[in-house]
Structures are given as C-alpha cells and as structure tokens.
Design a protein. Sequence first.
Length: 321
Amino acid sequence: MEPEKVILGIDTSCYTTSLAVMNAKGELLRDERKILSVKKGNCGLAQSEMVFQHTRNLPELFDNFFWENYQVTAVAVTNQPRPLPDSYMPAFLTGLGLGRNLAKVLNVPLYTLSHQENHLLAGLWSAQGPASDKFIMLHASGGTTDFLLATKKARGHFALETIGASLDLHAGQFIDRVGVALGLQFPCGPFLEKLANTAQESIELPIWTKAGNISFSGPCTKATRLATGGAKQAELALGTERAIGKTFAKALTYLCEFNEVKDVLFVGGVSANALIGKIVTQELTKKDNRVFIPKPHYCGDGAVGAAFYGVDQLRENNDNR
C-alpha cells in the first residue's frame, strides 16, 4: 500500500506542543498535543521552561505517528505570535527549527505563519466560515485579547488589522487569576467552566468597554477579592464568565457596526467556553450579525491551522505551475 501524501503542521505555543497531519483534501488525519506542565498555584511559565518542555515533548509526539503510512509533501510551522515584524517569542523557535530541518531533509516546501494566523485558519476549517472576504476575528486566550479586522487577500492569506484590544488583562489571564484564587489548577479555563456550570445564581461583576477597547482589571480585582473573602465559588465562577461574555458582546456589537461587517470569528482558548460563546452569539444575532466558533477542541492551541495553511499553499503552488 502506497503511503498517503500529507502535510505536517507544527505549533509550539506558550502552553501546548502540537503536531497535525492533513491530506491534500484538507482532511485531518492526526492531531497530537501535549500541554506544558505548570506547578500548582503558579500562573504561568518562563520562556526558558517553555523551550525546554517543547524540546522534550516534540520527540514524544512524533513517536505517536505511524510515519510509514505517510509521505510528507510539505511542512507548515508557526514562527511568531502575530504577523508583525517585531513579533517574537522564543517558544516558537523550537518548532520552527524542527520544521526547517525536516523540510530540508525531506526536500519539501516549508511554509511559515504566525500563531494568530494559525488560530484563524483552524477556526475557518472547523467552523466552516465565515466565507465573506472581510470579517472581525476575536482572538482571546491567556496571552492575547485582540479584535482584528480580517481581509482576505489570497488563498490562505489575510490582512489583519487590530481594531480593538484589552487595555490591561487578557481574558485568559482574568480567568486564570480568578481560578487560581479559587484554588483551581492552571490553566484554569476548563475547571472554572465546570465549576460555573454548578451555580444556581451569578455574582455580577462590572464591565467596561469604549470604542471597541475593553478592560478586565476592574472585574478581576473585584473577583479575586471576593474569592479570598469567602464568596460562593460557583457563583463567582459564573459571574466571571458572564462578565467576559457581556464585555465581548458589547465591544463586538460596536465594532461590527463601525466597520460595516456582519461576520465574527471567535477563536482562542477562551472561545471554547460554552457560556461565553453563547452570550456573544445571542447578543450579536440580535443585530443580524453571524458568529462562527470552532468546535471546542479546535478553539485552543494546536497545529491544525498550520496544517490547513500548508494544504492551501501547496494547492496554490500546484495551480500556478
């Protein structure tokens, strides 16, 4: 049996080592991930620790593949956090170095993209939209809370313009700080959501937005103070999720109207939270906007978007021959 021709995607982000394999049709064949270890009570990792863990994790993930079944025809790897000249983070050099070496040894094309573009493409692949040439992407995680105007330029290529952002804490940081104050394991997103799902009532927290920019420092300060003051944990967890959802919805409603777009793609680890996504979707559909959210598994960090980018670029190169 002939090996199947595939594209290999690699992503080494702040908290996940990821490999993904797609065939030329864009069908996902393998998706391997390993979350980096963070000591209980801590709220993150130093870059040097990220690099160390990625270096250790990548060979383990490669061992999970039956490489005799695949013929790698291209390698696509994330190389920086955002598609900007000065965007840099050492964690991505681990995957980039491996990707460059593999492409060289295998004599196949190497395609690079930013981590943010990786999320965008994973979102488009999983959510099957937006199909429009211009839409707003909300990228919300522990390291990013950006509202971006995405304009399609060519196959797999988008111009991303920042049109709003958090002025202080990222949404994931808000979740993690409250979660750690409640004694939850970092990263706290899934644990806080599980806790919130048990609440009968919600502790209301303040929200703040202005012209598409948002702030989470106020509600986070109040929430962490309540957490250490004996507030009901489930109600505080639910209040945190509701505050984030309502903040996003208010900012996105303004940005959609101001930029005259109808479609929103919500990506990043925070988009996996069902309640936050529900609040955003319900509020925006009141204004006839459409919200696209990937399946939860493809919201957070992974290499699926990179693999999908490699599929698109390989198709484009073949079409231009």
